[in-house]
Ligand binder design. Structure first.
Ligand SMILES: Cc1cc2nc3c(=O)[nH]c(=O)nc-3n(C[C@H](O)[C@H](O)[C@H](O)COP(=O)(O)OP(=O)(O)OC[C@H]3O[C@@H](n4cnc5c(N)ncnc54)[C@H](O)[C@@H]3O)c2cc1C
Length: 505
């Protein structure tokens, strides 16, 4: 009789390549039953939206196609995971549950603990495998860089193994249909999320688009083409950071030194590799301190007297603030789920520094409209742009300046604000916009100055200064030997470049 199968619990890892769960089963000659649960608790969370449900559904549906092409299948259930595993075990006595180490929100964290407890109570082995350069449970920050490199850069991605299955597992999987939920409705504006789409996007970036990366990702007009557009794939696990990293390294190795574009390619790909490293640098913060979902990493920045005016929150979310570039960003996000880094940072800056909204009040809406929502990047970034981290420079993005620099012909702005279609560029740039479009809902200069004064005021307090080195030691990016030093009047000689340059930390 063959050995009982193991369950591969598919979460944000719907791919066959570089998948440690599949590799583990294959090395031991074990049959695998892939199982995915559409979880009502996650779907009703305030940071979840149809955009996410559909991304996950699309990735899992594509995985089902790949599995079927290899004679296997996936069981898709609608319900909470521990309960579904219990039911499944009554029908199929599996011996282990394999999953990837997810760094998610509080809900997925508690859900993972529940599944682990169910496995323990039922004599089922529960094995989690890393899929990013993040250390489970936390890490001494001095060692993070080396750890990241050992995880991501030192070993090549895992090949797709032979997938063993068993008749009972296949029969169970094919007997279940995909739950027909209306929230999964497709939308042509959303970026496709599947393992094949990830590979195609990566190849296209490395073969063609990546040349314009350096210098091309700040404007909302060029970032769609110049940026890698891999964020949704990395977030939903249809691609791993290790796959992207090694593909870049192979591309760099293959560059022809005689090609005049080679220096530009090298600079662009180096900048891209830095961002892959930032990804896990930020995610490590949430992994090390899951409570960062609810509070700033720095104790002195937890009770800022935000106004939290619901009217302003509503105007910001709907793209009706009267700041044209910010409104275009918010409407573009609602329709497509994507804007580039700078536009995201500007939207948070306006919300927190000018509209005086708490980062916790704006986070759920932003999460819902990001196709690539990944709590480990999202929460630390929202905190950083809100200026509540404690050691970063406080950046107030002036939307008028950003408009003049990043969208000087107002192409992006007009595309998403049809009411401005016939307004002259010079008038939009000056903010001299005729009726039919709201006047700014808040005065930029005095209100941003007031919030900057609050934030800098906190920074100067004795309590904050006493706390900062400790918070930085837990979460800051640095070279191994670099400790926190308060800002001096005369800047020191800049340290040599590290993977985490440009972080602004
Ligand atoms: C307020 C705010 C919230 C954000 N929330 C998310 C989120 O939920 N999910 C997400 O993937 N990115 C988030 N980002 C980071 C960044 O904006 C996106 O990753 C990027 O715009 C995606 O485009 P791309 O794939 O072309 O990225 P590229 O520029 O090609 O970068 C490659 C990859 O590196 C990672 N990355 C890029 N920039 C950053 C960064 N600043 N910090 C950490 N990782 C980075 C992403 O995984 C990205 O796909 C956020 C940024 C801000 C300012």
């Amino acid at each position: 009789m063959s050995a009982p199968p193991v369950v591969w619990w598919v979460k944000r890892d719907a791919r066959l390549a570089d998948n440690a769960c599949l590799a583990h089963a294959a090395e031991r000659g074990l049959a695998v039953l892939p199982v995915h649960c559409v979880e009502p608790s996650l779907m009703s969370a305030d940071d979840h939206s149809a955009m996410h449900a559909q991304a996950s559904w699309q990735a899992v549906t594509a995985l089902r196609g790949s599995l079927r092409a290899r004679g296997a299948d996936i069981l898709i259930a609608h319900g909470e995971v521990a309960g579904k595993l219990a039911k499944l075990r009554a029908a199929l006595p599996f011996t282990a549950v394999l999953s990837h180490e997810e760094v998610g929100n509080g809900l997925t964290y508690r859900r993972d603990l529940e599944v682990a407890a169910w496995c323990r109570a039922n004599g089922v082995e529960y094995l989690e495998f890393p899929q990013r350069g993040v250390r489970r449970g936390g890490i001494n920050r001095d060692r993070f860089r080396r750890f990241f490199m050992s995880r991501v850069a030192s070993s090549p991605p895992l090949k797709i193994p032979e997938i063993r299955t068993c008749a009972r597992a296949r029969a169970l999987a094919s007997a279940t249909g995909f739950p027909a939920l209306p929230a999964f409705a497709d939308n042509p504006g959303w970026q496709p999320v599947s393992e094949a789409a990830a590979r195609a996007t990566l190849d296209d970036f490395l073969g063609r688009r990546g040349l314009g990366y350096r210098g091309g990702i700040s404007s909302p007009n060029t970032a769609l083409e110049a940026g890698s557009r891999l964020s949704a794939h990395l977030a939903w696990g249809t691609l791993t950071v290790r796959q992207a990293w090694h593909a870049v390294k192979a591309r760099l190795a293959g560059l022809d030194p005689r090609d005049p574009d080679t220096p530009r390619w090298r600079r662009s790909l180096a900048a891209f590799l830095s961002r892959l490293a930032w990804r896990d640098h930020f995610t490590q913060r949430l992994e090390s301190e899951p409570d960062l979902e609810f509070r700033s990493p720095h104790p002195s920045y937890r009770d800022i007297p935000y106004e939290n005016d619901p009217r302003l929150l509503g105007a910001w979310a709907a793209g009706l603030t009267g700041f044209p570039l910010v409104d275009a960003v918010m409407r573009c996000l609602a329709a497509t789920g994507f804007v580039n880094f700078r536009m995201r940072a500007m939207a948070v800056s306006l919300a927190c520094h000018v509209l005086h909204l708490d980062w916790r009040a704006i986070h759920p809406h932003l999460a819902r409209v990001f196709r690539d929502y990944d709590p480990g990047i999202h929460l630390p970034q929202v905190q950083m742009q809100a200026g509540v981290v404690g050691w970063n420079a406080i950046r107030v993005y002036n939307p008028s300046k950003q408009l003049a620099e990043q969208d000087p012909k107002c192409l992006f702005t007009r595309r998403w604000l049809p009411e401005l279609a016939d307004v002259e560029t010079s008038r939009i740039l000056k903010g001299d916009i005729p009726g039919g479009y709201p006047a700014p809902v808040a005065a930029f200069a005095p209100r941003s100055r007031a919030m900057a004064a609050v934030l800098y005021g906190i920074r100067k307090t004795r309590e904050a200064r006493a706390e900062t080195p400790g918070v930085y030691a837990r979460h800051g990016s640095r070279k191994p030997e670099q400790a926190f030093r308060p800002r001096r009047r005369k800047p020191e000689k800049p340290p040599e470049r590290t993977l985490f340059d440009d972080l602004g930390e």
